[in-house]
Design a protein around this ligand. Structure first.
Ligand code: PLP
Length: 447
């Protein structure tokens, strides 16, 4: 097949039904990548300012990852994680994660991606409460604008309308409280009031449902797909503490935020937060192979274990859980973050990234700039004083998408005119400068 027939072949289910004329651009077929640059089937070289889908944190073409993957493929391409079997890379990866993660987390379940990990976490929560004799605790509270994947259960915790429409979610046990969203919060500019507002919304939801009916609160430390919403400092800790007071579990969905994306290895580290459950994926293998992990506190694991008869089978797992090739890749990726210096490089680039985004606040289109580590967003508005949004009929994000491609830069343009950025931790100073040169040109073109 040539480049244009690949682009027009419609058999892989697309992300849009019946596209409008302006959306009919065909698939941008990616052929290869090196460092932070993608090459498409038309021969264009594009700067990746989004690390694939916020996952290729180490950049493309890392030879050491290719080497360990190839060696593992040759030695043992597959090992089941069940019936008493396992593999060295997955056991070592679990040990390493426990060493690096917040101390509360002592047990690891490996999945394939973020969505199935969220689903697994929900199954473990149900299992835990049933096992300890609190079977009424079924309700889960999440945040508006949250994203927790697209599994049949997790998609109900996701709070983006396209994930609910025609899918019969949220379930009756799934609830959402307002996002802290500093830019559009009624208490904008007053961090303490924003935090207090979230805490009292959680308290009110638990009170309305009944403490004995609520199992957990789940949140992203920084909301990603909802528009890169960075909560005020202290928010995460306040929510963790509220969960403890309310007798519900605190689940940190760090699928995007883990592995240096916000600075430290885990976003929970910013505030010394110890979750009951933490979900990671994406940066765990940096997109080089599918893998996720659900990390549980010892209390949850022991609760499940103690509540079951000795020898009872844990009826949860997938063929590709703890896949040895993914695990070998995960170990090497963790090495690159730590001994390989990528975590430190990401921290060195973060101030340049923040300054580049903040400089664009002077641009006529930009109402808000927000960032933490190597995760950031610009929110575009028609009027900076009123924060008025663009008329959706103008299809600004589609025009931006096209202009960005013409300027050879890839970032994410969300529906509501929020531009998301997640450059790899491997960015150099000159690549960061190039990102802002191309971004500014793109914004100028859609003015
Ligand atoms: N949770 C969060 C916070 C995410 O950002 C995502 C994906 O973007 C998921 C869960 C789902 O992960 P996946 O797409 O790997 O299924």
């Amino acid at each position: 097949m040539n480049a244009s027939s690949l682009a027009e072949s419609g058999h892989v289910i697309p992300s849009v039904h019946n596209p409008h004329e302006h959306q009919r651009r065909g698939t941008t077929v990616l052929e290869s990548a090196k460092g932070v640059f993608l090459r498409d089937a038309n021969g264009n070289t594009l700067l990746d300012a989004f690390s694939g889908l916020w996952c290729v944190n180490v950049g493309y073409g890392q030879d050491s990852i290719v080497k360990v993957a190839t060696e593992q493929l040759a030695r043992l391409p597959y090992a089941t994680n069940y019936f008493g079997f396992g593999s060295e890379p997955s056991i070592r990866l679990a040990e390493r994660l426990i060493e690096l993660a917040p101390k509360s987390l002592q047990r690891v379940y490996f999945g394939l991606g973020g969505s199935d990990a969220v689903d697994s976490a929900l199954r473990f929560i149900t299992h835990y409460y049933n096992a300890i004799g609190l079977p009424g605790k079924k309700h889960i509270i999440a945040l508006e604008r949250g994203y927790h994947g697209s599994s049949s259960t997790g998609s109900g915790l996701t709070a983006l309308t396209s994930f609910h429409r025609n899918f019969d979610v949220p379930l009756k046990t799934q609830h959402h409280i307002p996002s802290p969203y500093p830019y559009r919060n009624a208490h904008a500019g007053d961090d303490a009031a924003i935090i207090a507002g979230s805490v009292s919304a959680l308290e009110a939801a638990v009170q309305a449902l009944g403490r004995d009916q609520v199992a957990a609160f789940i949140c992203e430390p920084v909301q990603g797909s909802g528009g890169v919403i960075v909560p005020p400092k202290g928010w995460l800790k306040a929510m963790r503490d509220a969960c403890t007071r309310l007798g519900i579990l605190f689940v940190a969905d760090e699928v995007i935020t883990a592995f240096g994306r916000t600075g430290p290895l885990f976003a929970c580290e910013h505030e010394g937060v110890e979750p009951d459950i933490m979900i990671v994926a994406k940066g765990l293998t940096a997109g080089y192979a599918p893998m996720s992990a659900v990390m549980l506190s010892e209390r949850i694991y022991q609760g499940m274990a103690d509540g079951c008869a000795p020898g009872a089978v844990i009826g949860h797992g997938q063929t590709y859980s703890a896949h040895p090739v993914s695990a070998a890749i995960g170990l090497e990726v963790l090495r690159l973050y730590t001994e390989g210096g990528l975590l430190a490089n990401g921290k060195a680039r973060a101030p340049e990234f923040a300054a580049g985004l903040d400089d664009l606040l002077a641009h006529p289109l930009v109402g808000d700039s927000r960032h933490i580590g190597m995760l950031g967003a610009l929110e575009l508005v028609t009027d900076k004083a009123t924060k008025a949004k663009f008329d959706p009929e103008l299809k600004l994000h589609e025009r931006l998408f096209k202009a960005a491609y013409d300027n050879k830069i890839v970032f994410r343009a969300f529906n509501d005119d929020i531009l998301g950025f997640a450059p790899a931790l491997s960015y150099t100073e000159s690549e960061m400068a190039l990102l802002f040169e191309r971004l500014r040109k793109t914004l100028d073109q859609v003015l």
